[in-house]
Design a protein around this ligand. Sequence first.
Ligand code: FAD
Length: 320
Amino acid sequence: MADVLVVVDHVEGVVRKPSLEVLTLARRLGTPVALALGPGAGGTAQAVGGHGVERVLVNEGDEFADFSVVPRVDAVQAAVEAVSPVAVLFVSSGENKEIAARLALRVGSGVIVDAVDVEPDAKGPVVVQSVFAAAYTTRSRVTRGVPVITVKPNSAPVEPAVGAGVVEELPVRFGDVSRVARVVERTARVSSGRPELTEAAIVVSGGRGLGSGEGFALIEGLADALGAAVGASRAAVDAGWYPHAHQVGQTGKSVSPQLYIASGISGAIQHRAGMQTSKTIVAINKDPEAPIFDLVDYGVVGDLHTVVPQLTDDINTRKN
Ligand code: FAD
């Protein structure tokens, strides 16, 4: 079976869930070979071995932590040359999309970003994308070289599979360009204890209907009851009620959780662009004509200041 190279995102060897999702898709195309870079990369072996990976290429060089992006391009290129895969898969993130684009340029192939599925095909993998605010589904194929594909988080289930997970050191030759952009400082984000927005299985979002920044306490309460991440509309972010890092939509983040709950959000096209591929969508809005109701699986017409606390209480009661 052909090898599929999967670039694994990890923190000190702890593999992030979206990478395990990508491994599920990779197994449809062939045998996944994982590539893990930076401090603790070797620690990923057990986790990826439990998801069908036979070989784990590892390089723990300081360059990956000390310099921005290009050392990773050098490493993925080295892995492509070592493995000759039928495709290279990444999780869709800002950094990975940059690496993917630079890699495709170097190896003379094409890149397709934000895939929601991949299908095996004799002519090369077919990549499924959900585009124009999920109004269309497209199927595309890279027609030259090794296809480079980034996959949106929450596009596939995490499915364990047996693999040897044998670690192999990957030699990487870093070019001069690799050391051009140095990381000079890192500040850890204060953790809310909630899941990362783009990776969360459940997202609870608030909009202008909350009426104030304090209103987000309701959203956070519901999110915590569900173990969810918190999202926000641009109107709420522009009003200074919640940080931009939580904005969902065209100029914010794209999310595709199992459950998306929109509270006091009208459902403008630019908001929908970032959440329309969610599996189940619930809206709470006092206006029965709000456009968000065209999109939802379940809609509650009512004042969110009444509905959200009731919902939160009910969930907490059922949990106890
Ligand atoms: P509103 O449209 O004002 O809707 C508020 C809703 O709350 C209404 O439907 C109202 O009925 C309801 N409501 C009010 N009070 C209550 C209550 N007590 N209980 C229940 N419901 C209540 N927007 C994004 O979200 N993300 C983006 O990334 C984004 N990018 C953009 C990019 C561009 C180039 C442009 C032009 C716009 C962009 N926008 C984006 C803005 C977008 O067009 C909308 O203006 C925005 O999404 C509206 O936010 P909202 O739904 O919170 O507010």
